[in-house]
Design a binder for this molecule. Structure first.
Ligand code: OMP
Length: 240
């Protein structure tokens, strides 16, 4: 049976739509593709939306394979740092780390005591503490990337480069929305599929919501016409 934890999808989706975080119309993507829907994560700034979205990321990170469950029932994170790529990943990494701590304090556990967040600066800082990373240093640490949307994977590749340059070990990725699009005309895999391959195949890469969830679950709330446009889009640009 689905636990309360797995219910995050059904809680989050209606909230995203009623607040226009997920909107339907005609939008041009970074890739140049014309999309019938768009996800605007900068609208996740209200208290209830921040709470609901950080709870969704935290639910994914609290389950296997991001944690290992011990014989005594306690869980152990398989990562040290939650990294949010600037700018949109910054509130995500901080709020998710906080959400995990809240869960510990409600349950009386210490699962997340050794987990930190960090993020990059867009501009290098020459004075003061210096460096391009704010928060926990990445060197030698197992790092999870949290980000908003993945389309072609450009933003993810940048984040992987930053972490590796700092000596961190990319240990996983969690995004809120996987658009499940083919990377290009010549690469039929999705960005997540390609990242999975490039990062060695063993690293967990998960999304809270995928295009298929929108097509399967939103019928009543957005109408048959919009669902058909999503299906047509998937037909044209969907990943293999
Ligand atoms: P990739 O870097 O190609 O994976 O695209 C991800 C980025 O595209 C996001 O970080 C956004 O800047 C932007 N984007 C959205 O924010 N929402 C969408 O629904 C689609 C895109 C996009 O342009 O593909």
């Amino acid at each position: 049976p689905p636990s309360a934890d797995q219910d995050y999808k059904s809680t989050l989706l209606p909230l995203l739509i009623s607040n226009n975080v997920l909107s339907f119309g005609t939008y041009v993507l970074k890739s140049g593709r014309e999309s019938p829907y768009f996800f605007t994560s900068s609208l996740l700034h209200t208290a209830p939306l921040l709470r609901a979205s950080s709870a969704a990321y935290a639910s994914v990170l609290s389950a296997e394979p991001f944690v290992t469950t011990n014989a005594d029932g306690t869980a152990q994170p398989n990562f040290d740092i939650i990294f949010g790529p600037a700018y949109k990943g910054i509130p995500i990494c901080a709020s998710v780390t906080n959400e995990l701590a809240v869960r510990d304090s409600l349950s009386g556990k210490t699962t997340w005591d050794n987990v930190s967040y960090s993020f990059n600066r867009k501009e290098a800082k020459a004075h003061g503490e210096g460096g391009n990373i704010v928060g926990a240093p990445l060197k030698g640490k197992r790092v999870i990337i949290v980000d908003d949307v993945i389309t072609a994977g450009t933003a993810l590749r940048e984040a992987v480069g930053i972490i590796e340059k700092e000596g961190g070990i990319v240990a996983g990725v969690v995004v809120l929305l996987d658009r499940e699009e083919r990377v290009s005309d010549t690469e039929p895999k999705s960005a997540i599929g390609v990242a999975q391959r490039d990062l060695g195949g063993k690293i967990p890469i998960r999304s809270v919501i995928g295009l298929h969830d929108l097509i399967e679950k939103l019928g009543d709330s957005i109408g048959a016409g919009e669902i058909q446009r999503l299906k047509d889009y998937r037909e044209r640009y969907g990943a293999q």
